[in-house]
Design a protein around this ligand. Structure first.
Ligand code: NAI
Length: 699
């Protein structure tokens, strides 16, 4: 049982004890109802306090129970709350630290609530594509007023208890404790003070209304609609809170349950719940236990002050870790530092960064032209040109100067990390830290584990990733790691689609309607088409039989590298980023088709989306099979945080699960018959074929 029962004189205390946040799992729920029965049966008990042990009152549902039959087993949370309301002796929730979701709903079922200052109070269900499902939508408006309650329910954000206590007319807290430390004693005293109060107050009996009535809800609905495209839950929050003002309490509860259940089965909620779990799972490396000793990282060195070096440095400065940047020439250093300054200054101008914080960060930054100045750094990250010869010289030099135990990382996006490690006499200290551009903004960090990378190095870098607020995903060594290895297949499909009859704008529009932030051609223009060109040239030597559309090379031969040259797949006007369809490019593609003897055909948006996304899925399956990623959900996190994959679809692998792997394989078989496409491309990866045949999913 994960709830304890104690009697202090004439007050019974039920303490939820289910670390880390007293999740309301089955045994906690049983503990609470058992405690209530005991207290009600004991004539010497006059009042009941319910609280949480450790670092929370309660964080709500127990995530370990998610999706299992135990989650709804009786007593479910609704029954526990009914039991609290029905108690013939007063129940007092003693709230502290964290009071969220089901935890708050539980407290709202008590007759009284006393809270410690500094408690984070929230109904965060909307973040999982749901609404509160145990009365939160009906009770919170009754104690905080419709507007405050709706703001909390629609945003899911936590609000500190002391702020809520200041809301005029609030009935959420009957009393604020003077400090978290005195909460237990004050709760006992408060319980005694209300021991004889009758009738016992119930939140359900309070009124819920807004002075502007329909006008307010219409306004709220419009606001929410504009901000929550692709997600159904926020609008539903407005509906159910409105119901609290129009329906009887019990009818409102019926509606809440109905809406909650329907949302549970939406693909959007499934995606958000998947992401919630996947995010937490990224840090788990199967053979690196959580208690693996870590190295201390108190200072960082960065080699190269270019596009990536500057952004990478900012991450550490933001986290209060000193950074020293090395370059070959003073003017390269000056340019790099100027860019960092410009970035911070624009944040200061926008009011996103305080001047003193900016000063503190810049004070942590230093520069050098001498390797010997770096020797004491705990971690060095190389971000020089993407050429093995250049990397070799840098790593040989680092091996020579860096102190023993320093971690030597490379930000390479495509090169072999094992080979880079072999340039040193300490391959156990070498690891890939693949940031994404702009490195100070993008959440993704691929941590590339070399064949000899030490477990303590992996543990250290993963923990550091958390410190600089990245989503760190482990990748094995292969060409492109997880993200870029998959994007190669996506780009190849995009090229084939042009060959067959689509235009760049049709492809981009189709995949953007699916939800991608940017289609492949707009993306190419932003990143620079010359980068992909260089990579294709290298790969052509390594894999001469790989089939590509020639259109992208032809574009580059015209010097159309993208926004930076004012022209790419699209035309650009000076100083603007709007992509204007280019007649010249469309003619170039058309001429290319003629040369190849291709009669263009009309391609549906659905086919475009399927071919692009299933290309990712098939390569993703190979990546899991090859052990490059340890689980499919890691691949989803890479695509969601690094490649603009639509959040509401939960990542390519979950999307495939939702479509059904059998259907994915069937579509791939259809594409195989396509005469222009590369038939071998659509050979389902063995893992995909196997799961589809067995009726299973990646997750
Ligand atoms: P960049 O050309 O903007 O910067 C490279 C910098 O390194 C230049 O300032 C150059 O002066 C300096 N440098 C070159 N050789 C050096 C040496 N021997 N010692 C000291 N400094 C030296 O290149 P960028 O884009 O920053 O790329 C750097 C690395 O990051 C490459 O390995 C690239 O593949 C990788 N990368 C790039 C991404 C991007 O979107 N640009 C994304 C992820 C990784």
């Amino acid at each position: 049982m994960t709830a304890e029962y104690q009697v202090h004189g004439d007050v019974a205390v039920i303490t939820m004890n289910n670390p880390p946040v007293n999740g309301l799992g089955y045994s906690t729920r049983v503990g609470i109802t058992d405690g209530l029965s005991k207290a009600n049966a004991d004539a010497s008990v006059k009042a009941i306090v319910i609280t949480g042990a450790g670092k929370a009152f309660s964080g709500g549902a127990d995530i370990k129970e998610f999706g299992s039959p135990k989650a709804g087993a009786e007593p479910n949370l609704l029954s526990v709350i009914l039991a609290l309301e029905a108690s013939t002796k007063p129940t007092v929730a003693a709230i502290h630290s964290v009071c969220m979701g089901g935890g708050l709903e539980l407290a709202l079922g008590c007759h009284y609530r006393i809270a410690a200052p500094g408690t984070q109070v929230a109904l965060p269900e909307v973040k999982l594509g749901l609404i509160p499902g145990a009365g939160g939508t009906q009770r919170l408006p009754r104690v905080l007023g419709v507007e405050t309650a709706l703001n909390m329910i629609v945003s899911g954000e936590a609000v500190p208890s002391e702020l809520l206590a200041q809301q005029p007319g609030q009935k959420l807290f009957d009393k604020m404790a003077s400090s978290p430390a005195s909460l237990a004693d004050e709760a006992l005293a408060y319980a005694r003070s209300v021991a004889d109060a009758r009738p016992l107050p119930l939140v359900r009996n309070l009124p819920s209304k807004h002075p502007l009535g329909d006008a307010y809800f219409q306004f709220a609905r419009n606001m929410v609609k504009g901000m929550s495209k692709n997600f159904p839950a926020p609008e539903k929050c407005v509906d159910v809170v409105e119901a609290s003002t129009k329906k009887k309490f019990d009818e409102g509860m019926v509606l809440e349950r109905e809406v909650f259940t329907n949302l549970m089965f939406t693909p959007e909620s499934r995606a958000l719940r998947h992401i919630f779990m996947a995010e937490r799972a990224t840090s788990k490396i199967p053979d690196v236990p959580e208690d693996t000793p870590k190295r201390e990282i108190k200072s960082v060195a960065v080699i190269g002050a270019g596009t990536m070096g500057g952004g990478i440095s900012m991450n550490f400065l933001n986290a209060g870790i000193p950074v020293k940047i090395l370059e070959m020439k003073q003017d390269a250093l000056d340019r790099g530092i100027a860019t960092i300054k410009k970035n911070y200054e624009s944040q200061v101008k926008k009011g996103k960064l305080k001047q003193d914080k900016y000063d503190q960060r810049m004070a942590l930054l230093s520069t050098t032209l001498e390797y010997s100045d770096l020797k004491d750094a705990d971690l060095v990250i190389e971000a020089v040109f993407e050429e093995m010869g250049v990397k070799q010289k840098v790593f040989e030099k680092l091996d020579e100067v860096m102190k023993p135990g320093a971690i030597l990382a490379s930000n390479t996006s495509t090169l072999d990390v094992n080979k880079i490690a072999s340039f040193t006499k300490r391959p156990q200290d070498v690891v890939g830290m693949h940031f994404f551009s702009p490195a100070n903004v993008m959440k993704l960090l691929e941590v590339v584990r070399g064949a000899k990378t030490g477990k303590d190095v992996m543990a250290t870098v993963m923990a550091l990733g958390k410190k600089i607020k990245k989503t760190s995903v482990v990748s094995g060594v292969c060409d492109g790691f997880i993200g870029n290895r998959m994007i190669e297949q996506y780009s190849r499909q995009a090229g084939f689609l042009l060959d067959e009859g689509a235009t760049p704008q049709q492809v981009d529009k189709a995949i953007e309607r699916f939800g991608f932030a940017m289609g492949p051609f707009r993306m190419g223009d932003l990143a620079g088409n010359d980068i992909g060109w260089a990579i294709r040239k290298r790969r052509a030597e390594e894999r001469p039989n790989m089939l590509y559309s020639r259109t992208a090379d032809k574009l580059c031969e015209l010097g159309r590298f993208g926004q930076k040259t004012g022209a790419g797949w699209y035309d650009y006007q000076a100083g603007k980023r709007d992509a204007i369809p280019s007649e010249l490019v469309n003619k170039m593609i058309d001429d290319h088709r003629k040369e190849q003897g291709i009669t263009p055909r009309k391609i549906s948006d659905e086919e475009i989306v399927q071919r692009l996304v299933f290309a990712l899925v098939n390569e993703g399956a190979r990546i899991v099979e090859d052990g490059i990623a340890s689980k499919a959900s890691d691949i989803d996190m890479v695509y969601l945080t690094g490649y603009g994959f639509p959040i509401h679809r939960g990542g390519p692998m979950l999307y495939a699960d939702q479509v059904g792997l059998f259907n994915v394989v069937q579509a791939m078989k259809r594409f195989q018959k396509n005469p222009r496409d590369d038939a071998s491309f659509w050979e389902p990866a063995p893992l995909l074929a196997k799961l589809a045949a067995e009726g299973k999913t990646f997750s």
